[in-house]
Design a protein around this ligand. Structure first.
Ligand SMILES: Nc1ncnc2c1ncn2[C@@H]1O[C@H](COP(=O)(O)OP(=O)(O)OP(=O)(O)O)[C@@H](O)[C@H]1O
Length: 462
């Protein structure tokens, strides 16, 4: 039996028409609601697998308000709409729907959109996390120093936990984080921990691709395909066949190329320029960006369908100033590397210098730290670095102490969030949060709702 669908639509004829289409295709329609309030009641009684939601409804709240709640509850939804204004559409985009159907509905279109939505939902972060945890697929990470990857502070550990689930799979990963936080390093790590490790990892810096050559660089060309194509060129995708392609700075990819890449991601086929036939490629995609792609999508600079394809599993690397507990280990690691490089005997930094390093705000993140240590090693004459020259704009101010006493509710919230993170959001069953907290499942669910804890913050505040 196919999934249960809730229709939220205040025009009876439209709702009825959709119900018939759904039922003919074997879906079960669990209900028709005419307002957000009614929809929430129905969801409380019987959780649907998908919600088809009109934007304008009876009552004060719109379908967009409902969508925000659905997203928090990890229920997939598709918008239904007639002629929405640009402003409404932009607002709708920020809720990241699984699809958008425009009235009047055509049966084929409705069913295809639902099929795509099912695919996207099954490959969503939540689903993958659930599968990984349930099947115990996550493997124990080896010592990452052998891969030149350093850091085991609390926030990085959470990212690495997600990485341990996704690395051995075939899933596309989107790595986000400020410049210098280690996105490329993390892509290398994923590749080396995957089943494709013995095959090539091909890196493409999308920001550095000259626009007129992008297509030929990525997909290759045949001899004589255009003026200047003197030889056949094998593109990056073909070079990566059997391995991984790392699309760095993907936010810089021009929109027309996004369309072409989307096709490659969907069909896993490329066509060299000037060739008359497509060829299959078996490539895993890891992409990275320091831009806020959700905003780029909302502003119309990045295609939503492409974003969904790339962002099957997001990994966010926090800036160094938010994971200062990694700084001492990184300092020691870079000291070691650069002492060897310059053939100097082992060095350490004085406690005062270490304190300065941990208090500095590191706008250039790990890259800036590495360069600074390199310079310090070069200049130091003894075995201890007692002075360090930091750029002028230094933020020595330690984070302000919390003067205010936390309320019992705030403490309870923090504690529950902490435990949920530890269990990867698992609430019931063995090793679930309810068991660890010695609470019964419905009480815990009630507290989670009451304290406004949502899944997003469990996953994304690494
Ligand atoms: N966890 C880590 N352990 C050791 N070195 C690291 C780590 N993360 C990053 N580095 C080093 O820091 C430097 C910057 O990292 P990387 O190039 O991966 O950052 P990035 O986020 O991809 O930067 P950009 O967005 O500018 O391309 C590199 O020299 C890398 O080797």
């Amino acid at each position: 039996m196919k999934e249960k669908i809730l229709i939220v639509e205040d025009i009876f004829i439209e709702a009825n028409n959709l119900q018939m289409i759904m039922e003919r295709a074997g879906y079960t329609v669990s209900g028709i609601a005419v307002s957000v309030e009614e929809a929430l009641q129905m969801i409380e009684e019987d959780i649907p697998d998908f919600v088809l939601v009109d934007i304008y409804l009876k009552g004060k709240q719109t379908g967009i308000d409902l969508a925000r709640i659905l997203r928090q509850q990890n229920i997939a939804f598709i918008y239904l709409s007639a002629n929405s204004t640009k402003q409404t559409l932009d607002q709708a985009k920020t809720t990241f729907p699984y699809g958008f159907l425009v009235k009047p509905f055509r049966e084929r279109e409705v069913l295809t959109t639902l099929e795509i939505a099912r695919y996207l939902h099954a490959n969503s972060l939540d689903a993958i996390m659930r599968k990984g945890v349930d099947n115990n697929k996550r493997f124990v990470l080896p010592d990452l120093r052998q891969y030149g990857f350093v850091g085991d502070g609390l926030r990085l550990q959470q990212v690495l936990q997600h990485l341990s689930i996704v690395a051995p799979s075939e899933t596309s990963v989107l790595i986000t984080g400020e410049s210098g936080t280690g996105k490329e390093k993390m892509a290398e790590l994923i590749h080396r921990l995957s089943n494709r490790a013995s095959r090539p990892l091909i890196k493409v810096n999308c920001a550095a691709l000259p626009s007129e050559l992008i297509e030929s660089l990525l997909f290759g060309h045949e001899k004589g395909a255009f003026t200047g194509a003197l030889e056949r060129r094998i593109g990056k995708f073909e070079q990566a066949n059997g391995g991984t392609i790392f699309l760095d700075e993907i936010g810089e990819m021009p929109v027309d190329m996004q369309v072409k890449l989307l096709r490659v991601l969907q069909d896993r086929e490329i066509e060299r320029i000037g060739s008359s036939h497509a060829q299959k490629v078996d490539v895993r995609i890891i992409s990275a960006t320091s831009r806020n792609l959700e905003k780029e999508v909302a502003d119309g600079r990045f295609r939503m369908d492409f974003y969904y394809r790339l962002n099957v599993f997001p990994l966010h690397l926090p800036p160094l100033r938010e994971r200062r507990d990694d700084i001492p280990a990184l300092v020691d690691y870079f000291l070691d590397i650069h002492c060897r490089n310059f053939e100097k005997s082992a060095m350490a930094v004085s406690p005062k210098v270490m304190e300065m390093l941990t208090l500095y705000s590191w706008p250039g993140n790990i890259r800036e730290l590495e360069h600074l240590i390199e310079r310090a090693v070069l200049m130091c004459e003894g075995n201890t670095i007692n002075h360090i020259i930091l750029p002028e704009k230094i933020d020595y101010t330690p984070p302000p102490r919390e003067e205010r006493v936390k309320t019992i509710q705030e403490n309870e919230r923090e504690h529950i969030v902490e435990v949920l993170r530890r269990c990867n959001g698992k609430i019931f069953g063995k090793g679930g949060a309810a068991e660890l907290l010695s609470m019964n499942v419905s009480t815990l669910n009630y507290r989670i709702r009451k304290l406004g804890i949502n899944k997003e913050e469990l996953r994304f505040r690494e």
